[in-house]
Design a protein around this ligand. Structure first.
Ligand SMILES: C[S@@+](CC[C@H](N)C(=O)[O-])C[C@H]1O[C@@H](n2cnc3c(N)ncnc32)[C@H](O)[C@@H]1O
Length: 186
């Protein structure tokens, strides 16, 4: 990863801490970048991009894979900032932003994705999952953020996953108080 990009990410992370933006941790950002690269995913969708911190980690990996990423958020000011950050870094041809509710937009997207990153309302993860599983193919990877930090909010989703037969999953406790779920369709 080029130095300019590393510095930009460091500054954006610091900005997020100061402004209370719930960006993923640097560890999760690095993990997202790594897993997209090793999975060789060509098509990805991110639900909940905020000001684009995770989007940048993902975009750099999709450049590497010669792929494309769609990023969704229902906050217009956040999406504006994400778009500006992505443009500053020259990733505007890699990332297509979509404004609106993730469930509605995902329903309208007429394609299956190799990679999905879910980081929207935790209490709706179960609803997102019902939809996401119709938008992936065998071998696709889904990463779900914050699966340990808000157990009450994610309870329905966790119960849903325990019943799944066609998917393998693991929870990786990447942060001190939190973790991501990695799901793979068999
Ligand atoms: C935890 S933040 C995302 C942080 C971002 N992934 C990062 O690491 O920089 C959650 C974002 O999801 C958006 N969001 C929550 N529920 C949503 C929904 N149903 N549809 C679209 N966006 C949603 C919020 O506006 C917020 O910007």
């Amino acid at each position: 990863m080029r130095e300019e990009l590393k510095n930009f990410l460091k500054e954006l992370k610091q900005y997020g801490i100061e402004k209370n933006i719930p960006n993923v941790s640097e560890t999760v950002g690095k993990f997202l970048n790594f897993i997209v690269k090793i999975s060789k995913a060509k098509t990805g969708v991110e639900i909940g991009c905020a000001n684009g911190y995770s989007t940048i980690w993902l975009a750099e990996a999709f450049v590497h894979n010669e792929g494309k990423l769609t990023s969704i958020d229902f906050s217009a000011p956040s999406l504006k900032q994400a778009r500006e950050n992505i443009t500053k870094l020259g990733f505007e041809d890699i990332v297509e932003f979509k404004f609106g509710d993730g469930i509605k937009i995902l329903t309208q997207l007429d394609q299956k994705f190799d990679f999905v990153f879910l980081d929207a309302q935790k209490g709706n993860y179960h609803l997102f999952w019902d939809l996401i599983k119709t938008k992936i193919h065998n071998g696709s990877i889904v990463i779900v953020d914050d699966v340990l930090k808000f157990p009450e909010k994610t309870q329905k989703f966790m119960e849903q996953m325990k019943k799944e037969k066609e998917f393998d999953y693991q929870i990786l406790p990447l942060d001190q108080d939190d973790g991501v779920m990695v799901i793979k369709k068999r």
